[in-house]
Design a protein around this ligand. Structure first.
Ligand SMILES: NC(=O)c1ccc[n+]([C@@H]2O[C@H](COP(=O)([O-])OP(=O)(O)OC[C@H]3O[C@@H](n4cnc5c(N)ncnc54)[C@H](O)[C@@H]3O)[C@@H](O)[C@H]2O)c1
Length: 269
């Protein structure tokens, strides 16, 4: 077995036009995977496809990952064309202002509707693709799913109350689905997650960096608690995902792998 082999693996990436999903898509294309990108913005998907096509076969679908019927249509087309699904990487996720508690407010100012929306996006935005594409893996008796958790699950990170609750539920579902798949559909199907530390993306840019590129107070606190002393680069997540998607990790299921520069290991002292 060639370690980390992904050549010709049919891999679906949701949230592919995001900061982390885009970098991942490029690294998977360079490894020769057949990529199926799911996103909401056709222009961004087209731009990404142009970047990936010199490396490997790519197709994309404009779709809301919480729309089960739309995903079923994607599944039908994909199976007619490619005949199998080797992996699913669920990079969709994010936050909403009303589900964040700024320093001058408290939890009693929480918007319940924004809380619900964030839970939906991070929990059902992973659950629904797992059900739609995982069903094919169950029939094949083979496949690997990788979800995106967060540092907000194990210890409290101030402000992000809705996002933390959502990712905690999603992590629990990851373990639950891993056990369900192995017990009922065999040892060829695996479900894991990665837990990224702090990476600069569209959503957290203003929280972590000032306009002149210097660290905000919150950014400084994070770097102080990250032993490697820098934010992650999106490329630094890719190796962990290649590992979890490939047969190199064929006895690994139900884990959450931190990729965090040591943040989760550090007491701060
Ligand atoms: N950036 C970080 O530091 C960090 C840290 C921990 C975890 N994460 C998680 O990693 C994942 C990727 O993060 P990112 O920084 O790339 O986020 P991002 O906002 O840059 O990308 C998310 C992508 O998902 C798409 N999307 C959102 N809702 C969708 C829907 N319903 N259907 C289809 N597409 C939809 C968005 O259009 C966007 O392209 C997320 O789950 C995030 O919570 C990020």
């Amino acid at each position: 077995m060639t370690m980390f082999e992904l050549k010709n693996h049919v891999l679906i990436v949701t949230g592919a036009t995001g900061a982390l999903g885009g970098a991942l898509a490029l690294s998977l294309a360079k490894a020769g995977a057949k990529l199926v990108l799911l996103g909401r913005n056709q222009l961004l998907l087209e731009e990404l496809k142009e970047k990936l096509i010199p490396h490997s076969f790519v197709e994309y679908h404009v779709v809301d990952v919480m729309n089960r019927n739309a995903l079923l249509q994607v599944r039908e087309k994909l199976m007619a064309k490619l005949g199998r699904i080797d992996g699913l990487i669920n990079a969709v996720g994010g936050n909403l202002p009303g589900a964040v508690i700024p320093d001058e407010q408290s939890v009693f100012d929480l918007s319940e509707s924004d809380f619900d929306e964030v839970v939906d996006l991070n929990l059902k935005g992973t659950l629904v693709p797992c059900l739609v594409f995982g069903e094919i893996m169950a029939k094949q008796g083979k496949g690997s799913i990788v979800n995106y958790s967060s540092m907000t699950v194990d210890r409290v990170i101030t402000r992000v109350v809705g996002y933390s609750a959502a990712k905690a539920a999603m992590e629990n579902f990851t373990r639950w689905m891993a056990v369900e798949m192995a017990l009922k559909f065999g040892d060829g199907i695996r479900v894991n997650a990665i837990a990224p530390g702090f990476f600069i993306g569209k959503q957290n840019h203003k929280l972590l960096l000032n306009e002149d590129g210097s660290l905000t107070q919150r950014g400084e606190k994070i770097i102080r608690n990250t032993p490697m002393k820098h934010f992650g680069e999106p490329e630094e997540l890719c190796g962990a995902i290649h590992f979890l998607c490939s047969d190199s990790s064929r006895f690994v299921t139900g884990i959450v792998l931190p990729v965090d520069g040591g943040f989760s290991a550090f007491s701060g002292v």
